[in-house]
Design a protein around this ligand. Structure first.
Ligand code: PLP
Length: 366
């Protein structure tokens, strides 16, 4: 019996393909890779992922705790702003803590004295196609940009975090950013022991110049004699996961619209945030459909696709690349049934690892 839809399906073999690239990058560059749990926190897969990485990084107390409890390795704690009520607990899980501002370092640095402490620096340059995801956008709160303030932190920090890439699939573009960092911040780099270049580098992509990236990172590390870190999130799970859905109805309104048992806003929210289309394969053939969700949002549309044969109620559709920033953002909007989570093992067997029901919906509110 096939699993009932909807469900996210993580493919171990596809994950291995990405992890082999992580292995290669770490070996060639000497850089350490910590997984950004913000992008993907489906912890059933951590046993497979963690041996290929140096640990995890976080953007909240919950994530740093999950990293400590479920991922292992080095646990990095970062948050845009820690509260008085959470800082002690966050430090208790952390091997390293990165403050977003000099204010936060002033406020909490003493508590973390026994740990390596870093500060996030905003270099004022970035690679992002989306203003909403651009850390260097005007008025950005993400990291210290004023070098006089960075200087004030120097007696208390051993490292920097500079995260300013979003879905950057070009080595040349990343290398140019690194050149810009060196020009502006080089004298600081000589005084720190480690630097993290954050996430957003799509080095697991098929055509990415992985070896060139490794060489550039190694040269950087040697020039300033420091340990480089990367914080990949999405890159680890790119093209590893699908959202499996079924057609519930087909309506006609100038176009044929197939309604499926999922909802964009609830299960693949980023498609709405970034105004992108889902993808599916082969997306060819004479039969064209709008694939739409079952929420009451008029714009609940996954995309328009071509099919080799007409769709019918009950047909299954596999929406591709549904790993990063999907499960970590899913919500109960419209009370739509929450997709289960399943893993396709390397031997082809599919294991259901989590399912959700009415009790979970009720428990999410009061
Ligand atoms: C979002 C984020 C990451 C992960 O980014 P990806 O695009 O998923 O690789 C890493 N570090 C920081 C500080 C982030 O904000």
């Amino acid at each position: 019996m096939p699993l009932a839809t909807p469900y996210y399906l993580v493919d171990e073999t596809a994950l291995d393909r990405n992890l082999a690239k992580v292995d290669r990058l770490r070996a060639l560059s000497g850089a350490k890779c910590v997984m950004a749990l913000k992008a993907f926190a489906t912890w059933s897969t951590f046993a497979q992922i963690a041996p290929h990485m140096d640990g995890s990084t976080s953007s909240s107390l919950n994530e740093v705790r999950l990293g400590r409890e479920k991922f292992g390795g080095e646990t990095h704690a970062y948050s845009v702003a820690w509260s008085d009520g959470e800082i002690d607990e966050a430090i208790s899980y952390a091997d390293k803590i990165i403050f977003n501002s000099l204010n936060q370092l002033d406020r909490f640095g003493d508590k973390a004295k026994h740990l390596p402490i870093g500060i996030r620096v905003n270099p004022g340059v970035s690679h992002s196609h989306f203003d909403i995801a651009d850390p260097a956008r005007p008025f950005s709160r993400l990291g210290e940009w004023d070098l006089a303030r960075v200087e004030q932190a120097m007696d208390r920090v051993s490292g920097f975090m500079i995260h300013c890439n979003c879905e950057n699939d070009s080595f040349e573009s990343f290398a140019a950013l690194l050149d810009a960092f060196e020009a502006r911040l080089g004298s600081f780099f000589e005084r720190i022991d480690w630097i993290s270049f954050g996430g957003g580098i799509h080095f697991t992509g098929e055509n990415y110049a992985l070896d060139a990236l490794a060489a550039r990172l190694r040269a950087f590390a040697e020039k300033f004699s420091l340990q480089v870190y990367l914080e990949p999130g999405d890159a680890i799970v790119t093209n590893t996961t699908t959202l499996e859905v079924s057609v519930l109805d087909i309506v006609e309104n100038e176009k044929a619209v197939a309604i499926v048992d999922s909802a964009v806003e609830a299960h693949m929210l980023d498609l709405l945030v970034y105004r992108e289309s889902a993808s599916l394969a082969p997306d060819s053939g004479p039969h064209h459909y709008v694939i739409a969700g079952k929420s009451c949002l008029a714009g609940d549309v996954f995309g328009e696709f071509d099919f080799p044969a007409p769709l019918a109620v009950g047909d299954r559709i596999s929406l591709l690349n549904a790993g990063g920033y999907t499960m970590v953002k899913k919500n109960w909007f419209n009370g739509v049934a929450m997709p289960a989570i399943a893993i396709r093992r390397k031997n082809g067997a599919i294991d259901l690892v989590k399912s959700f029901d009415y009790a979970d919906y009720v428990a999410s509110l009061s």
